[in-house]
Ligand binder design. Structure first.
Ligand SMILES: Nc1ncnc2c1ncn2[C@@H]1O[C@H](COP(=O)(O)OP(=O)(O)OP(=O)(O)O)[C@@H](O)[C@H]1O
Ligand SMILES: [Mg+2]
Length: 316
């Protein structure tokens, strides 16, 4: 398990099954860290990353834009990353999309596995190495893709034993594999598929990468609305006799209300079961933090701030 608390790390990847709340949690985390006085870069990796919407600012660009106190956002663009790399390291100024380089890039990116991944990982690791920000929070791709991204430097290291490329990937592997600097956050919901994918992902990350899994975030937890005693009361009201009396009294409409209450209870119960499955399947000592279902607006800055508060309560 990681040495440093999550909030002190420099590079945090947020991943999880599609739609579970990766972007919401990444945004909340970035906000919470910025609130703590850290300078934060939020990085969207693919077109689906929509951190900018979570902060209600215009779409992110490759060049980080400051969007709030201590908080900047950028969107990954592997071609721009290659251009920046060539300019920085080989001192080749490349303006625009120049023919041969673009062609070579297109060729490499399609033909050689790992090229896009290394340009992505390389860019975020570089921001960390240069200490441009205290923390880089990456709204990372979903479960299927994250392992190949995190293991890209390792894969290339295994292919290339010496030389320029090797010296370029060694330092990335070092940052990624250091639990004081880098942590993976896996977001899930207490539902069957996300839980089983999470357990599979934990195993794959441990087997195929050196990246420390810092914490699991269980998102969209339902509050306990009704106690077992309340439930007994609902059962009574829900009986034929109870319903008849109520309908009589209210002129109908009792049934949908009772069903809603029952649904809330059943849903919560099933989510609790999935949460238990998750708990018992995870390696001992892996922290698990909970974020409740938001019932008001679930997107935009307000939701981001609410999630930031919940994360702060668990992480600070
Ligand atoms: N705690 C929550 N309570 C209520 N709604 C939530 C919560 N977390 C996320 N949502 C909603 O769930 C939807 C998916 O969230 P989000 O976009 O963060 O997921 P994602 O994992 O990033 O999805 P994708 O895989 O498409 O990138 C959004 O509409 C979001 O507002
Ligand atoms: Mg997303």
């Amino acid at each position: 398990m990681g040495a440093a608390p999550l909030v002190e790390r420099n590079l945090i990847f947020v991943t999880g099954k599609g739609g579970v709340g990766k972007t919401t949690v990444a945004a909340g985390l970035a906000q919470m860290l910025a609130d703590q006085g850290r300078t934060v870069l939020g990085c969207e990796i693919d077109a689906k990353g929509d951190l900018s919407a979570a902060f209600e600012v215009p779409p992110s660009e490759f060049v980080p834009q400051r969007v709030a106190d201590g908080l900047s956002l950028m969107a990954m663009d592997t071609e721009a990353s290659l251009r920046e790399y060539l300019k920085l390291h080989l001192r080749i100024p490349i303006v625009g999309r120049i023919g041969p380089v673009a062609k070579a890039f297109d060729f490499l990116a399609t033909a050689a596995p790992g090229v896009k991944e290394i340009l992505t990982i390389g860019k975020v690791c570089w921001e960390v190495r240069e200490r441009h920000y205290d923390t880089v929070v990456v709204d990372a791709p979903a479960t299927g893709h994250i392992v190949s991204q995190l293991s890209a430097p390792q894969v290339i290291n295994d292919l290339v034993k010496v030389g320029l490329i090797r010296s370029q990937t060694d330092w990335m592997s070092q940052i990624l594999g250091d639990p004081d600097q880098t942590g993976l956050v896996i977001v899930t919901t207490p539902e069957e598929m996300p839980v089983s994918e999470t357990l599979e992902l934990v195993a794959a990350v441990e087997e195929k990468t050196d990246v420390d899994i810092a914490t699991i975030v269980v998102n969209r937890l339902l509050p306990e609305r009704f106690s077992p005693r309340d439930e007994a009361v609902f059962d009574k009201i829900g009986s034929k006799k109870g319903r008849a009396i109520l309908d009589d009294e209210l002129g109908g409409g009792a049934l949908p209300l009772l069903e809603a209450a029952r649904l809330a209870t059943v849903l919560r119960r099933s989510r609790t079961q999935h949460l238990d499955t998750l708990r018992s399947g995870l390696p001992a000592g892996l922290p698990l933090i909970l974020v409740p279902e938001l019932f008001s607006r679930t997107d935009g800055l307000r939701a981001t701030r609410q999630v930031a508060v919940h994360l702060g309560e668990e992480l600070l």
